[in-house]
Design a protein around this ligand. Structure first.
Ligand code: SF4
Ligand code: SF4
Length: 538
């Protein structure tokens, strides 16, 4: 287990190829590398099929009687429905360009974590069950039959993929292994084989409104506690509105930021920023989640969860939606929203009420990313900033996979950080921007029982942070994703102690000079700002 291995031990990764081919290497399910099964009642909550009790370590996973037909029928259906899936099943030439691009392969040395092999696990079933050559020639044509052992292997490795899409950047044919994982997980879900770390948030979000299952009252109270903290550290009282009809903008963000450290500091940042510019906006206790764990379950579930953001915008009669710092939520919004539930023509094309900027890129989704919004405010000189308050921070930026690769959000966070911090350092080129390395915990894998997997998968990211930590003294890892804020602290504590994790809007708020503020001797975490303990604000 990870906790028993030192970083030095964990770094000893065996990249030697196995003596046998991958089809002859049976799956070896190891503790620390997988998440616990979904609880049947959480599957029932959302009407998904085949809820049942099973254990990963049991020989018999209690698959439904018609498991094979269900899986193959589901696959046939998706081969017809998704042209990309059919193409990805057909065209890989096994050139190997993607082989060493996955953080899970780099962190484990397990060949089945090479994207090409991960996809081949399902592709071999496609060949063996759906193609004439595969049906007749079997292994000679790269085909195999679907068996319970194959199901176990698919489950183990599709839940060792964070759907980060890094591998797709390097494939000359544009094969996107994340899309294969998405379909693979959908098929496993037909058999009731989800993991609970995904299923329970899905159920909570569907029934209560957010992944954490915070009731509307609790959601509001948590924000009110943070308002008290702002009053303590900044000296002003903010009174935001909730569920207010007729507000110009609906602000929606992941519930993780309402609940846990360090996301709560980012949320305090939103509150301060909006107060500073006098934004006419409202929070919603119904649309209290923008993250979408449905996306890690099935596209249909993702669609259902995405819907409530827009239903709430309609109910409240807002003009457009401002979205907080989240990762996969933005992938869903940018790449799927229009065909799921959009275009959202009942809303207006977003225009900043402060600068007049039209956000053309949000023409159809009507949803603007907070760092685009903030960057625009800064560019128009609308924020009063004292960046020297962040002088004790030496900052680097982790491009979260989805905002960077799925929506091209590369410059705005950097522009914002450089506007509020004097010391910014980039990690090596092949580890940032579109080539960014995943945190290792995305796509619903940020549980605690699979910590070894997370630490191994996060190793390439941590290694790049370690580089700038040692070279420039970087002590702060900024990010724009709630899962990153939840997952990266454990990764840093293990691989690069001394580096803390912060949302970009937290850094903005620390630098923000607010009207009527008191002496700013402490940051939003209640820590003394070095050099200002006695002097007060300057
Ligand atoms: S999508 Fe990411 S995690 Fe999945 S195989 Fe590709 S690089 Fe690995
Ligand atoms: S880079 Fe593309 S074509 Fe080459 S092995 Fe990987 S998925 Fe197949």
């Amino acid at each position: 287990m990870a906790k028993e291995s030192t970083p030095k031990e964990m770094q000893r990764i065996d990249y030697n190829p196995p003596t046998k081919g991958w089809m002859d290497t049976p799956v070896n399910i190891k503790p620390g590398m997988y998440c616990y099964p979904a609880k049947p009642e959480k599957i029932e909550d959302v009407g998904m099929p085949n809820p049942h009790k099973w254990s990963v370590t049991d020989e018999d996973w209690h698959l439904p009687a018609d498991w094979k037909e269900t899986f193959l029928e589901g696959m046939r259906d998706r081969l017809q429905k998704h042209r990309s899936f059919k193409i990805f099943m057909d065209i890989c030439v096994r050139c190997g360009a993607c082989a060493d691009k996955c953080h899970f392969f780099l962190g484990t040395g397990d060949p089945k974590n090479m994207p090409v092999v991960r996809a081949e696990l399902l592709r071999s079933v496609y060949r063996g069950e759906f193609t004439k050559a595969g049906r007749i020639l079997g292994r000679l044509a790269g085909g195999r039959k679907l068996t319970p052992e194959v199901i176990k292997e698919l489950w183990y490795y599709f839940f060792q993929c964070t759907e980060c899409r890094r591998c797709s950047l390097f494939c000359p044919y544009g094969i996107d292994t994340a899309e294969i994982t998405i379909i693979g997980r959908e098929l496993l879900n037909l058999l009731g084989l989800n993991i609970n770390w995904i299923q329970e948030p899905v159920s909570n979000c569907y029934r209560i409104g957010n992944h954490l299952g915070l009731q509307p009252r609790t959601y509001k109270e948590n924000i009110e506690f943070l308002l008290d903290d702002i009053e303590t550290y900044v000296g002003i009282r903010i009174n935001p509105t909730f569920n207010r009809k007729g507000a110009e903008i609906l602000f929606a963000t992941p519930s993780g930021d309402v609940f846990a450290d360090p996301g709560i500091y980012t949320l305090m940042g939103y509150l301060m920023l909006f107060e500073h510019i006098g934004l006419d906006y409202t929070w919603s206790t119904y649309c209290s989640e923008t993250g979408n764990f449905g996306f890690f379950t099935s596209l249909e579930m993702a669609k259902r969860l995405n819907y409530k953001i827009y239903a709430e915008a309609k109910r409240l009669g807002v003009k457009w939606i401002l979205g907080g710092e989240c990762g996969h939520m933005w992938r869903v919004i940018h790449q799927y929203m229009d065909t799921f539930n959009g275009p959202a023509d009942f809303l207006e094309e977003p225009v900043s009420p402060i600068t007049g900027t039209k956000f053309e890129n949000a023409k159809s989704t009507k949803m603007v990313h907070i760092t685009e919004f903030t960057a625009d405010l800064i560019r128009h000189g609308k924020l009063k900033l004292d960046k020297s308050r962040n002088d004790h921070l030496r900052v680097t930026f982790h491009d979260s996979c989805n905002p960077s690769r799925a929506m091209g959000l590369l410059e705005e966070p950097r522009y914002v950080i450089k506007s509020v911090c004097n010391h910014f350092y980039e990690m090596p080129e092949n580890t940032i921007r579109e080539q960014t390395f995943c945190c290792g915990s995305g796509a619903g894998l940020n549980a605690s029982e699979n910590m070894e997997l997370r630490l191994r998968g996060g190793f390439p990211r941590a290694n790049a942070v370690r580089h700038v930590h040692e070279k420039y003294g970087v002590n702060t890892l900024a990010c724009v994703c709630a899962i990153d804020r939840a997952a990266l602290p454990a990764l840093m504590n293990y691989w690069v102690p001394g580096v803390t994790v912060a949302g970009v809007t937290e850094l903005v708020a620390n630098a923000l000079i607010m009207e009527g503020e008191g002496p700013r001797t402490k940051n939003l975490r209640g820590e003394d700002i070095p050099g200002r303990e006695e002097a007060g604000n300057v």
